[in-house]
Design a protein around this ligand. Structure first.
Ligand code: GP9
Ligand code: MN
Length: 628
């Protein structure tokens, strides 16, 4: 019999479970641990969670406590074990939508036995011990001392809070950015991650359930009257049947274009490419917390990302009408290349919804310590290996390459730095130029290899910066670099990212100055491919038409037109940057909010399920027509 001073059963169970979970995190899930803080979080988390869950026992009547501890121990082990099995197959963690995705379960189906190892029995040892102790030993499962309830609950809460605070320090805005599942599991643990997933899922479901499609007619009319061009574009069909190659240029902002550091051009290749391309010098990113994934969302759908969280994460199950799907219906094969863990930004799930045919994630590339920089495979190796894969793709293709090296904190080995660092108080900005130069070199090599492999001339190449790389936090250093104060006007101008459309052998290229944004990419490229999207719902305009006044709305409600730039409550003259008196911006301010609101209604309500893109009709209108 355990002595009076022995640990109560719930604590024994919690400690054993904590040890086991840590073991699973460390040795079964391949969680990349990059620093000491991450290691600490990974140790604290399993115990914090286990103690919290098992401590609920103090709320129960004594006769129920043993049962609760036994059942909980088994249940949590099963949850952990299902994740282990899923992880072995998909290198990913379970989500509620995944559980209901029959095709995923189907994928697992026959192979499930192959995922079970004999040694997995070890994962149930603590459950066996708990069961044994509960039967054979008269364990005092119940907290015996007065105040014990509070002590136990207090300890559990302090542990969990410490875990969450450390997680927030390690990855700021972890929860708002609804970050990658691996990050969530690494920082808050697999069980808290599941709770979070359930909450997110329920909220999403509720908004969807309340929608009935009645909102769609107004939205369609707005898009038809205010957004869509009625003109034939001067480049309509120019790229018909050609391959389309996108480069999503990580953190590339326009302020580096045609600029020098100590007399050296930062982006010599891109600067030269301007002469051979349509280059949009006033092109804005329209992303929010979903960063790269938001840029992908905007570019593929011509819808706004959400103000909070990443659509890729929160609404991956929605009905979309994205470019991969549209070009797919027109004989194209679509693929994404990105040498990062494939569940990052929930890409593996979202790319299915966008109807990409193939996704080449990290596991498709040969990644070694020698060719790794910062976040993963360096961009030069990435493009090099990527072109080898592109060669095998069925033509015509629509392929997207997402770069990685020019990512915060912009670190690069000395020997790869081919331009001086800048000299300011911001290490981040100082280093940024070196990784931007690295990107410039890697894109140059990519073009060369496309030419060498004979893939160049039948393709059009589209390059866009995904979002800002240098945040407001570095405004002092940025102001030193630009030689001017960073007002809300300048801040908005810093949201410009390069946008190139390069058509090999094409004459008539020019620099286009009218305001444009990521929202415009979809209608512009589809029109160049000669694909008619008359019934489409989109908030961007074909950039090679001029009957619609440019109106670029950023996710925070700022906007840019030919004449005005509105930001943080200030209305500016767009060209001069002079602040304007009066209410010149007011009507447009309302229009911007209306447009963001329409887009949000589509995403939150999953409204495209009520819309027929072929005919431009809303489901209930169509029902009525059918009845007549
Ligand atoms: C990760 C890459 C970078 O896969 O897309 O993501 P970001 O932090 O820029 O959104
Ligand atoms: Mn990015």
């Amino acid at each position: 019999m355990l002595q009076r001073k022995s640990l109560p059963l719930y604590l024994v169970a919690a400690l054993l479970f904590g040890v086991k979970t840590y073991f699973v995190y460390r040795f079964i899930f391949d969680l990349s641990i990059e620093n000491f803080l991450q290691e600490i979080i990974l140790i604290i988390n399993p115990f914090a969670t286990a103690v919290l869950f098992f401590t609920f026992v103090v709320l129960l009547k004594p006769e129920r406590q043993i049962k609760y501890i036994k059942h909980l121990s088994l249940l949590m082990t099963l949850v952990l074990y299902f994740n282990v099995l899923y992880y072995r197959s998909f290198t990913d963690f379970l989500t509620i939508p995944v559980l209901f995705q029959t095709n995923n379960v189907g994928d697992l189906g026959s192979s499930i036995l192959g995922l079970v190892y004999a040694t997995d029995l070890l994962l149930f040892v603590d459950v066996a011990i708990v069961y044994y102790l509960s039967k054979r030993v008269a364990v005092d499962a119940q907290p015996r001392f007065k105040g014990m309830k509070f002590k136990a609950a207090g300890i559990a809460i302090v542990l969990v809070m410490t875990n969450f605070v450390l997680a927030e320090i390690e990855r700021p805005m972890l929860f708002q950015r609804t970050f990658d599942r691996e990050y969530l599991v690494k920082n808050i643990g697999v069980f808290n991650y599941h709770i979070y997933d359930v909450a997110l899922h329920s909220k999403t479901k509720a908004q969807r359930v309340l929608a009935d499609g009645s909102e769609m007619s107004d939205i369609r009319d707005y898009v038809q009257n205010e957004v869509k061009s009625k003109q034939e574009s001067e480049l309509e069909g120019i790229a018909e049947g050609k391959n389309v190659i996108y480069i999503s240029a990580e953190s590339l902002q326009s302020f580096v274009i045609n600029k020098k550091i100590n007399g050296k051009e930062i982006t010599p290749f891109l600067n030269d490419l301007i002469d051979d391309s349509y280059y949009f010098e006033n092109f804005y990113h329209q992303t929010e917390q979903g960063k790269t994934s938001d840029s992908e969302f905007v570019v593929e759908n011509s819808l706004y990302p959400l103000g909070r969280g990443a659509v890729f994460f929160t609404h991956s199950q929605n009905e979309f009408n994205a470019v991969p799907e549209i070009v797919g219906e027109n004989g194209y094969h679509s693929a994404v290349y990105h040498a990062n863990n494939k569940s990052f930004w929930n890409r593996d799930v979202m790319y299915d919804s966008l109807e990409y045919d193939q996704f080449f994630g990290e596991e498709s590339f040969d990644v070694t310590p020698e060719n790794t920089i910062g976040w993963g495979l360096d961009d030069k190796a990435f493009f090099d290996q990527g072109v080898d894969k592109l060669k095998d793709l069925e033509e015509p293709y629509y392929a997207k390459f997402i770069t990685l090296t020019n990512h915060f904190p912009f670190e690069l080995p000395e020997e790869d730095q081919h331009i001086d660092k800048y000299d300011s108080s911001s290490k981040t900005l100082n280093q940024y130029f070196t990784t931007v130069r690295y990107m410039d070199e890697s894109i140059e090599k990519f073009f060369q290899k496309l030419k060498d492999e004979g893939l160049y001339k039948d393709s059009i190449i589209v390059i866009y910066g995904d979002h800002y790389g240098i945040s407001e936090y570095h405004n002092n250093a940025m102001s030193q670099f630009l030689g001017k104060e960073i007002t809300p006007y300048e801040h908005t101008q810093l949201q410009r990212v390069p946008f190139f459309i390069h058509i090999p052998g094409h004459e008539g290229n020019k620099v286009i100055s009218k305001p444009s944004g990521q929202m415009d990419v979809k209608p512009t490229i589809l029109s160049m491919l000669g694909i008619d999207t008359g019934g489409d719902i989109e908030f961007g305009t074909d950039l090679f038409t001029d009957d619609v006044d440019p109106f670029v709305v950023l996710r925070d409600g700022s906007f840019i037109t030919e004449d005005y730039l509105y930001a943080s409550g200030h209305c500016y003259d767009r060209e001069s940057g002079e602040e304007l008196e009066g209410d010149s911006c007011e009507p447009l301010q309302k229009k911007a909010q209306q447009e963001l609101d329409y887009s949000d209604q589509i995403v939150y309500g999953d409204l495209f399920r009520f819309y027929d893109f072929q005919n431009g009709t809303v489901a209930d209108e169509k029902d009525k027509e059918d009845k007549n």
